[in-house]
Design a protein around this ligand. Structure first.
Ligand code: BTN
Length: 270
């Protein structure tokens, strides 16, 4: 069985750590060759006493996980990353998933000139194809939140042809969109710095600023949507609630708050 070496991962991560200009993110960085899931390794390290800002990266994941327990295809060339957050501001926890999508969108625009749209709740699309997924897992000890593990899967330096057939029509990679390799290390550095600055601002009460960014990047608001959850909910997407839910005005006029689900009218769904 493959056993990741923590020493090696620490050495690989330390080059990135040295170059980062951040307040929280990257307090420790472990960069593995292969793990089951970076979210699981981050949680393991949390239990070992590592704190907020810990970053776990892996070249590949053997059991990358998406929302609703789905497998997440994680070959070499992609960015498979998890971060530990321990928010002090109680509001922050509801918005970490949105923050991570915003950070990815902004960095792709600023660093590579790539225009993206966020598909509620947390997929980043290029021309309606998914390039990135976000999975935030809140870990509790009894009723107390231990930490949120924020995972990002961004398809970078591999061609669309590497995907299993079923994903080829709905997913994309930066390599396939831009037709050249991307400076992985620099993109990763910029992304961690962007997450850090957005997180700092959110913790200081900058929720409205973050929501404004989400509104600019996600075309969902003001549109008719059909969301598959335990049931199918159809209506007009109004805004995000203070707890991070999507407020939908149903056809009968009732307003409901939805926290999970997939928008099924539109491409790019998983
Ligand atoms: C989704 O699209 O449903 C979310 C995908 C999240 C994938 C990332 S890759 C890094 C981290 N580790 C995991 O096992 N999942 C997340």
């Amino acid at each position: 069985m493959f056993k990741p070496s923590f020493n090696e991962a620490f050495v690989r991560g330390s080059k990135l750590k040295k170059l980062l200009k951040t307040k929280f993110v990257g307090s420790n960085i472990f960069w593995f060759e292969k793990v089951s899931s970076t979210n699981d390794v981050a949680y393991f390290l949390l239990k070992k006493g590592f704190k907020e800002g810990l970053v776990v990266l892996a070249d590949t994941q053997t059991q990358g996980r998406g929302r609703k327990g789905k497998n997440f295809f994680s070959p070499k060339g992609g960015l498979w990353l998890s971060i530990i957050f321990s928010p002090r501001n109680p509001e922050t926890i509801y918005f970490i998933q949105y923050l991570l999508c915003i950070a990815v969108s902004l960095v792709l625009k600023e660093f590579l000139g790539v225009k993206t749209a966020i598909k509620w709740p947390n997929d980043v699309l290029i021309e309606e194809k998914k390039v990135c997924g976000v999975l935030v897992e809140n870990k509790f000890s009894g009723n107390i939140l231990e930490a949120a593990i924020g995972g990002i899967g961004l398809n970078i330096n591999f061609p669309v042809e590497s995907f299993p057939h079923i994903l080829r029509k709905t997913a994309t990679t930066l390599y396939s969109e831009l037709k050249h390799e991307i400076d992985f290390f620099n993109l990763c550095k910029k992304l961690l710095e962007k997450i850090d600055s957005l997180y700092f601002s959110l913790e200081k009460g900058g929720k409205d600023k973050l929501l404004k960014l989400y509104r600019e990047l996600s075309p969902v608001f003001g549109r008719k949507v059909k969301i598959r959850n335990r049931e199918v909910i159809e209506g007009l997407a109004l805004t995000l609630s203070p707890k991070g839910g999507l407020l939908i005005k149903k056809l009968n006029g009732e307003v409901v708050e939805v926290f999970e689900g997939s928008i099924v009218n539109g491409k790019g769904q998983n």
